[in-house]
Design a protein around this ligand. Structure first.
Ligand SMILES: [Zn+2]
Length: 109
């Protein structure tokens, strides 16, 4: 947004002007609806990424299991279930995983 007091361009989500100190009252309606759209898009992208991951794992499982002489539709069902289960498992452990991986960066040394 742009500061209504001095015209300085402010980053989205910033309600306090760093130049003149003007504080906008909780952002405009337009800004709030924009935030909602951004939140929705973020969620959509996250869900889409997870869905793509699930499909990839399913496809991987399918191609690996297909080598065995099992019924194709059975292999497909097992693959899709496995893909979505593994993605769900990944979703559960990812906060822990990220914390473990990047803990050093956030706290130094
Ligand atoms: Zn200002």
């Amino acid at each position: 947004m742009i500061c209504p007091n001095c015209g300085t361009r402010l980053s989205t989500g910033i309600t306090l002007c760093h130049f003149c100190g003007y504080e906008s009252p909780l952002g405009s309606d337009n800004e709030q609806s924009q935030k909602k759209i951004e939140l929705f898009l973020t969620k959509f992208i996250a869900l889409f990424t997870l869905f793509a991951l699930a499909i990839s794992i399913s496809f991987f499982l399918y191609t690996t299991m297909e080598l065995k002489s099992l019924d194709k539709s059975l292999v497909a069902i097992i693959s899709i279930c496995g893909g979505f289960l593994l993605t769900f498992f990944y979703l559960i452990i990812s906060p822990w995983l990220i914390q473990k991986l990047f803990d050093d960066m956030f706290h130094g040394k």
